[in-house]
Ligand binder design. Structure first.
Ligand code: FES
Length: 253
C-alpha cells in the first residue's frame, strides 16, 4: 500500500569540480512510500525545473540494481541503510514520515565530484583497462561445453563477478581503498581457466593502476564489504594479496 510521506532533504549542491559545495534543504511535495530514492529526486527536480531552478544532478541508468551507476551517500551510508541494496532499489517506505535524509556524493580523492551528486568514476575504468579482461581473441563465442568448469568453481567465481563497479566500497572505506573492487575483478578471472595465462600480469597491473589513481590502502576495516550492494566477501581481498605475492615472486617485478 502506498502512503504519502513528508521528508526533508539536505542535498549536496556543487556547480562543478572546482566550485565550493554546500548543502541545500528541500521538502518535495507529493512523495509516496512506494517511490525509490531516485524517483524522489525526479519529483524534486520536476519541482525545481517548474520553479526555474537548477535541478539536482545525479547518475542513474538501469534503476534495477544491476548497472552500478546510481550510488550516493544517504545519511552517511553508501547506498543508504539497507544491506545488499543499491540506491535505485531503496524505497521511501524504509523511512519514517518527517525524517531528514542527507544526500551526498561519494567522497574519495579518486572520485572527484563532477556536479552535485555525480562523481567521476573513470578511475575504475582505467583499473579495468589495466588488466581486468582476457586478451585472447577467440573469434566467435566458443561452444559452451568446450572448456568444462566444475560447478563449484563457476559458482565461486560468480560470487565475485557480480561486482557492479558502483564504488560503494571506496566511499564506505575510511581510506577510500579500492581493494574490494580490484579483488573481485582479479578473483573471478583467476578462477576461470581462460583467465589463468594472464593472471600474474593482471594482478600486478591492476594493483599498480589502483595505486596510481590515488585510492588508499586497505586496513581491513571491512566497511567495503558491509556497504557492497552485491555483498561481496572480503575473502577476495585476502586472495588478491596472495595473488599479488605469487605474481611478484614469479615475474620478479
Ligand atoms: S541505476 Fe543501475 S544499479 Fe542503480
Amino acid at each position: 500500500m502506498s502512503n504519502s510521506i513528508k521528508l526533508t532533504l539536505n542535498i549536496w549542491r556543487q556547480a562543478n569540480r572546482h566550485a565550493k559545495g554546500r548543502f541545500e534543504t528541500y521538502q518535495p511535495k507529493d512523495l509516496t512510500t512506494d517511490m525509490s530514492i531516485l524517483e524522489m529526486l525526479d519529483c524534486l527536480n520536476d519541482e525545481l525545473i517548474a520553479a526555474g531552478k537548477e535541478p539536482v544532478t545525479f547518475e542513474h541508468d538501469c534503476r534495477e540494481g544491476i548497472c552500478g551507476t546510481c550510488g550516493i551517500m544517504i545519511n552517511g551510508m553508501a547506498h543508504g541503510p539497507d544491506r545488499g541494496t543499491t540506491t535505485c532499489q531503496l524505497y521511501l517506505r524504509r523511512f519514517k514520515d518527517g525524517d531528514t535524509l542527507v544526500l551526498e556524493p561519494w567522497r574519495a580523492k579518486a572520485f572527484p565530484v563532477i556536479k552535485d551528486l555525480l562523481v567521476d568514476r573513470s578511475a575504475f575504468d582505467r583499473i579495468q583497462m589495466a588488466g581486468g579482461y582476457i586478451s585472447v581473441n577467440v573469434g566467435n563465442a566458443p561452444e559452451a561445453n568446450s572448456i568444462l568448469i566444475p560447478k563449484d568453481v563457476a559458482l565461486e567465481a560468480f560470487d565475485a563477478a557480480v561486482c557492479i563497479g558502483c564504488g560503494a566500497c571506496v566511499a564506505a572505506c575510511k581510506n577510500a581503498s579500492a581493494m574490494l573492487f580490484v579483488s573481485a575483478k582479479v578473483g573471478h578471472l583467476s578462477l576461470m581457466p581462460q583467465g589463468h595465462p594472464e593472471r600474474h600480469d593482471r594482478a600486478l597491473n591492476m594493483i599498480a593502476q589502483m595505486d596510481a589513481e590515488g585510492f588508499g590502502s586497505c586496513t581491513n576495516t571491512l566497511e567495503c564489504s558491509a556497504a557492497c550492494p552485491k555483498e561481496i566477501s572480503p575473502k577476495w581481498i585476502q586472495r588478491l594479496n596472495g595473488e599479488y605475492i605469487q605474481a611478484a615472486a614469479v615475474t620478479r617485478r
